[in-house]
Each structure stands twice: as structure tokens, then as C-alpha cells.
Write a protein that binds this ligand. Structure first.
Ligand SMILES: Cc1ncc(COP(=O)(O)O)c(C=O)c1O
Length: 356
């Protein structure tokens, strides 16, 4: 029996991608490993350009947007976004505070300009997504986190506004269809639905750049990386390569149409069991529940040891909630098979029977 990997990230990748990548670690090009070839070689520049083409294709990214692969994780984007988009003099932006990652993005942006928190769910331990807030046109941009990996909430409808919408999509990019036209900039660390840790994907509407009037360090200026086609310095070669294999896998499966239906099916199975099983409770308002990171807890902590013993016996891995939240979090990323969701549900049913 294979381990069911519910890890929140780095997280499960398709087995075929891992098998293929492992072969290319041994030999990729002319007897050389993918780990030891130059990033300037034709073999790797082909990988970079195919990766970018696949992102454009799968997400239907319009031609007036650039796609780049960077390093530094999504966390570096918290300051890069502000440096590139907040005007040097009297710059301001609107932020939605929906959890740990939003808070970190706000903390960094405040170093560069005035930040207005237009919506904030911290009053209820981030168990909902604020709605009906007003975003003033006077701001340079609006920032939100599409999926709150730690708390388990997700934006289902993005707010409309007249300023660029910047979105941290680290934990739900490639999990559902999105209209890229509605965003000024999208960023995501690779290590959930894209590939292994190391690369960060940025999709940016070209016209919003070059307006901050700041002297931005070259490495932190999006235009540097766009001009050099993500090759200004050494890119995270292996992470980009495996991301390319994973994007090929997603495209072959049927792209976002297929994966969104599959993700809907998987999350429905687990939420149904959390609602049905009298021993468990959800942590998030129904309409805002994430389809990627499903948070839940036991109503009675006396059952904790038995539940975790059942899970361990059935090779359920990575369901402990984030240390700041507790309880459980099952991450149902694209590569997680439906059988794994059923295996977790069976453990919940078994607990119910065992204590009856
Ligand atoms: C939504 C979100 N934003 C940002 C981050 C930080 O990403 P990184 O570790 O790549 O900096 C994470 C990490 O899990 C995340 O889930």
C-alpha cells in the first residue's frame, strides 16, 4: 500500500513525473544529467521556453502578459510586488487580510508605502473571506491571496476594481479555471500544483510595470527577468524542468477543465464526510471552504490518539494542521488520487465505528 500524501507543500506530484524526472537526473542530454548541464545550453533553453508556453497555454494567458520563472519563493514576491508597483512618492495599495500569508505580504508592503487593509477576517480566526469591501481607485493596486493554505479558505469570486489586482495564487494555481485578464499580476511558489520547490512563477500584465519611479535593484525588477527571458542569472534548473513535466501531465489529462472537475469531486467527498460524521467539524464558513486545503478537527480531543493511530495504520501522511491552527488539514492538490481521499474518509468512518 502506497503512502497517501496530503502534505500542504512541498506536496504530491504525479508518479509518472517523478519517475521521468529521476531518469533525467541520470541522463538528460548527451550523457549528462539535468543537474549538471548549463542553463545556457540549447537543451535547457528549450525547457524554459516550453515551460512558459505550457503556462500560457494551460492558463490561457493573453499576449500582453509576460510569464517568468524566478527564485526566492512566493515570500520574495511580497516585497517585489510592492517595489515594482507602489509609487515612490505617496504610493498606496489596498490589501485583503485573510490569513498568515496575507499578513506577511502586508508586513513587507508597508515598508514601501501606505497600505489600507480593506477587508480583514482576523476577528474570526480567518474562518471566512471578507466581502462587500470598497477598493478605492486611488490605490496603485489591490492585493489578495486566492487560497489560504494554512486556514483553509479560498476566494471563489474575485472582487472587481479599476486598479490592478495582484494575487498570491501559490496554493491553488492550476487547480481551477481563472480569467487572467482580471489580474494585473499573479504569483505562485512552485511547490504545490506546479512542481518541486525552487521556482516561483510570475504572470504580469506588461503595462502595469515601469510606473513606480523607483530605482529598483536589477534582481528585484520584473523587467530585468522579462527582458532576459528568465535567464538574467542561473534559474532553478531542476525545479523548472520538473514543472515542465508536470505541466505536460496536466495538459495531457485535459488541462484545467479536467482538473477542476476532479478537484471538485475530491473536495466534495471529504467535506461530505466531515459534515456527516458526528465526530468531526469544519473550521471554515461553508461558502469560503477551500477545495485545495481542507481544514477540520475532532469535536472531542479524547479521540485524537485513536484517530491518528487509524490514519498511521492506513498510511495517511501529512494531515496535521499547521502549528498555528492545530487540528487537521488535508491538502488535495492536483496529483492526489481520489483513492487517497477515500482512504482518509474510510479512516474517519472507522473511528466512528470503533468508538460506537
Ligand atoms: C499562499 C501562500 N503564499 C506564500 C507562501 C510562501 O511561499 P514560499 O515558501 O515559496 O516563500 C506559501 C507557502 O506555503 C503559501 O501557501
Amino acid at each position: 500500500m502506497k503512502t497517501h500524501n496530503f502534505s500542504a507543500g512541498p506536496s504530491i506530484l504525479p508518479q509518472s513525473v517523478i519517475t521521468n524526472a529521476s531518469k533525467k537526473v541520470l541522463e538528460f542530454d548527451n550523457e549528462l544529467s539535468i543537474l549538471e548541464i548549463s542553463h545556457r545550453s540549447n537543451a535547457f533553453t528549450d525547457v524554459m521556453s516550453e515551460s512558459i508556453t505550457l503556462v500560457r497555454d494551460i492558463l490561457d494567458v493573453p499576449s500582453n502578459y509576460s510569464i517568468i520563472f524566478l527564485q526566492g519563493g512566493a515570500s520574495l514576491q511580497f516585497c517585489m510586488v510592492a517595489l515594482n508597483l507602489l509609487k515612490k512618492n505617496n504610493g498606496s495599495a489596498a490589501y485583503l487580510n485573510t490569513g498568515t500569508w496575507s499578513k506577511k505580504a502586508i508586513f513587507e508592503a508597508k515598508k514601501f508605502g501606505d497600505i489600507e487593509i480593506v477587508g480583514d477576517s482576523s476577528n474570526k480566526n480567518f474562518n471566512y473571506i471578507p466581502k462587500d469591501f470598497i477598493i478605492s481607485d486611488t490605490h496603485d493596486y489591490f492585493h489578495c491571496t486566492s487560497n489560504n493554505t494554512i486556514y483553509g479558505s479560498q476566494i471563489k469570486t474575485f472582487p472587481e476594481c479599476n486598479i490592478p489586482v495582484v494575487c498570491d495564487m501559490s496554493s491553488d494555481i492550476f487547480s481551477r479555471k481563472i480569467d487572467v485578464n482580471k489580474f494585473g499580476l499573479i504569483y505562485a511558489g512552485a511547490q504545490k500544483n506546479l512542481g518541486p520547490a525552487g521556482a516561483t512563477l510570475v504572470i504580469v500584465k506588461n503595462e502595469i510595470l515601469g510606473k513606480s519611479e523607483r530605482d529598483i535593484p536589477s534582481m528585484l525588477d520584473y523587467r530585468t527577468h522579462i527582458d532576459k527571458k528568465s535567464m538574467f542569472n542561473t534559474p532553478p534548473v531542476f525545479s523548472v524542468y520538473v514543472s515542465m513535466l508536470n505541466l505536460r501531465w496536466l495538459k495531457a489529462k485535459g488541462g484545467l477543465d479536467y482538473i477542476e472537475k476532479n478537484n471538485n469531486k475530491k473536495s466534495k467527498i471529504l467535506y461530505q464526510e466531515i459534515n456527516r460524521n458526528s465526530l468531526f467539524k469544519t473550521l471554515i464558513n461553508k461558502e469560503d471552504q477551500s477545495k485545495m486545503n481542507i481544514t477540520f478537527n475532532l469535536k472531542d480531543q479524547n479521540h485524537k490518539n485513536l484517530f491518528e493511530k487509524i490514519c498511521a495504520k492506513n498510511k495517511i501522511s501529512g494531515i496535521n494542521g499547521h502549528r498555528s491552527v492545530g487540528g487537521y488539514r488535508a491538502s488535495l492538490y492536483n496529483a492526489l488520487p481520489i483513492e487517497s481521499v477515500n482512504a482518509l474518509v474510510n479512516c474517519m468512518v472507522k473511528l466512528e465505528k470503533d468508538i460506537a
